[in-house]
Design a protein around this ligand. Structure first.
Ligand SMILES: Nc1nc2c(ncn2[C@@H]2O[C@H](COP(=O)(O)OP(=O)(O)OP(=O)(O)O)[C@@H](O)[C@H]2O)c(=O)[nH]1
Ligand SMILES: [Mg+2]
Length: 201
C-alpha cells in the first residue's frame, strides 16, 4: 500500500518504514484485547486483572459470561501491514472506572478501530463519542459472537449515530486475518480522508 503524502502527528518515518499509532477502542468486553492478541506480530503486552464482583453492576457480563479478566491499563501490540508500514496498536481499557486513562492514551493516535458488540451496542457509545471529541478518525468493527443478530449496516449506522463515510465492517476478533483486514480498512479510510482534505474546496 502506498503511504506517501501521509505526514501527520502520530506517524514517524525511519528509513523506508512508517510507524503509525492506532487505537483499539470500544466498550467493555467487546474483544479489544482479543483482537490485539490475534493480530500482533510480537507477543503483546497486556495488563489484565481478574474481574471483581464490584464491577458487575456497572459493566454487566451479558453475552460474555465466561469473561474472567479485564484490561486495567492498556494492551500493546505491533503489526507490519507491509514492508513500509508498521502499526503500533494501543488497546484501551473498557471498564468505566478506567476511562480516565483514555486522554493520555490517545495522544498522537492517527486513527482508531472501535469494536462494537451488537448485542450490547450502548457499551460502545462512549468510545465513539470520545473519538469524535478527540477528532480521531475511526472505523467500526462489529465483533460477531455466535448469538449476534445480523443487522443491516444502515440500522447499525443509525443506532450508533455515525457519519455516512465511516466504514462499518463485521469480523471475528479471534481471527488474525480478519483483524488485519479491519486494520487495512482503517488505513484506506485514513488515506481517503487525507486525500479529501487536500482537494480544493
Ligand atoms: N465467541 C467469541 N468470543 C469472543 C470473541 N472476541 C472475544 N471473545 C471473548 O469475549 C470475551 C471478551 O474479550 P476481551 O478481549 O477480554 O474484551 P475486551 O474488550 O478487551 O474487554 P475489557 O478489556 O474488559 O474491556 C473474552 O472471554 C473472549 O474470549 C469473538 O469474536 N467471538
Ligand atoms: Mg481488554
Amino acid at each position: 500500500m502506498d503511504f506517501k503524502g501521509f505526514d501527520r502527528p502520530g506517524s514517524s518515518t525511519a528509513g523506508d518504514t512508517r510507524s503509525v499509532k492506532v487505537m483499539i477502542a470500544g466498550g467493555f468486553g467487546t474483544g479489544k484485547t482479543t483482537m490485539v492478541r490475534a493480530v500482533s506480530d510480537i507477543k503483546p503486552l497486556t495488563t489484565e486483572e481478574t474481574l471483581t464482583q464490584a464491577s458487575a453492576d456497572v459493566d454487566p457480563l451479558i453475552g460474555v459470561a465466561d469473561k474472567t479478566q479485564t484490561t486495567v491499563s492498556l494492551d500493546f501490540g505491533k503489526i507490519g501491514l507491509n514492508e513500509t508500514l508498521m502499526l503500533y496498536l494501543f488497546g484501551t481499557p473498557g471498564q468505566e472506572r478506567f476511562w480516565f486513562l483514555w486522554n493520555g492514551l490517545f495522544k498522537g493516535a492517527l486513527g482508531a478501530v472501535v469494536l462494537v458488540d451488537t448485542r450490547r451496542l450502548a457499551s460502545s457509545f462512549r468510545a465513539i463519542e470520545e473519538m469524535e471529541r478527540q477528532k480521531v478518525p475511526f472505523v467500526i468493527a462489529l465483533n460477531v459472537f455466535p448469538d449476534s443478530r445480523d443487522y443491516p449496516v444502515d440500522e447499525i449506522r443509525d443506532a450508533l449515530d455515525i457519519a455516512p463515510h465511516t466504514p462499518v465492517v463485521a469480523f471475528d476478533a479471534r481471527d488474525p486475518t480478519a483483524g488485519r483486514d479491519v486494520l487495512v480498512t482503517l488505513i484506506r479510510h485514513l488515506k481517503d480522508r487525507s486525500a479529501a482534505a487536500l482537494e480544493p474546496r
